[in-house]
Ligand binder design. Sequence first.
Ligand SMILES: [Zn+2]
Length: 299
Amino acid sequence: MERIIASVEGSLDGPLMILVGGIHGNEISGVRAAEDVLNTLTLNSVPLRGRVIGIRGNLQALEIDKRYVDHDLNRSWIKEMVNRAYENPDATAENQEVIEILDFFDSLPVRAHAPKILVDLHSTSSEKGDFIIIPEDESKNPIVKALSLPIIIDLNKHLEGTLLQYMHERDYVSFAFEGGAVGTDEAHPLHVSGIWELLYAAGMISQETRNTYSRYDQYITQHHLELPKRVSVLYHHKVKSDHQFNMKPGYHNFMYVKKGEVLAEDRQGEIRAVHDGMIFMPLYQNEGDDGFFIVKEVE
Ligand SMILES: [Zn+2]
C-alpha cells in the first residue's frame, strides 16, 4: 500500500489541499473519497488552481482494517511522542507512520502554495456523525463553513495529539471532516461531494466544475439543517481500558440529554450525564478512549 494516493498540480498557482484518509485504519471512506476525486481530476483533466494531494494515514492499520496497530495514530502528534518516534522508529507500528507522514510533509515546497489546507477525513462509530472539528481560531474560515455541517470549536483541546492540531501549528488550515458512520454507505458520497465543495470554496475549481461533480445538496438534508451550527464541549468522559465501558443503546450525535440521565455503564456502575446538553461522539465500538462528550450550542 502506497502512502501517496495521487498528487495533481493545476495549471495555475493557488492553494495546497492535502486530503488525508484512514488515519484510523478502519475508516476507509476517506481513502476511497480522496481516490475518487483525484482520479476524476486526472482522468477528466479538470481545470485546477493549486495542488491537491491525497495520502493514506495509518497504512499498517488500513491493511488489517483496525483503528490502529499499537496506539492511536491520531493521538500520537504530541511533540514528545514525535521525538520518541524518531529516537525509536521500530518501537511501534505508529512510530513508523508518524515518521513517514512527517517526511511527506517535509518534502513539500515551503512557500509554493497559499493557503495550505489539510482535510482529515474520518468516520465515527455512531449514527448521524457528520461534523467538522477545527481549532476555534479557524472556525469561521469560509472554506470550512462551505460544508454547512456542525463545527466543534474546541474538541481539539480534549483530544490530545491529533494530526489536525499538529498541522494547525504548522500553519495549515486543518480540520477533521467526519462523514457518517463506519461501515455504512453514507460516509463515502458525503466525503466525495464535500471535497468538491471544499475545492470550490478554496477557489481551486470553477463553479461549473463544482456543479458537475458535487451532489452535496442531496446529502445536506433537513436533518443537517436542524443541527446546531457551532458547538463547544462541556464534558468529556474518558474510558479506562479495563473498565468495560458500555454506552446505552440509541444515542446519536447532538441528541439532547438531561443532567442525571444514565448514559452508559462500566465496571463501577452507572455513568450519568453531569450536564444538560447534547450527546456527542458516543462510543459504539470496542476501540477508542473517548466514551462520549456532552456539548452545547454557542454563538
Ligand atoms: Zn477517525
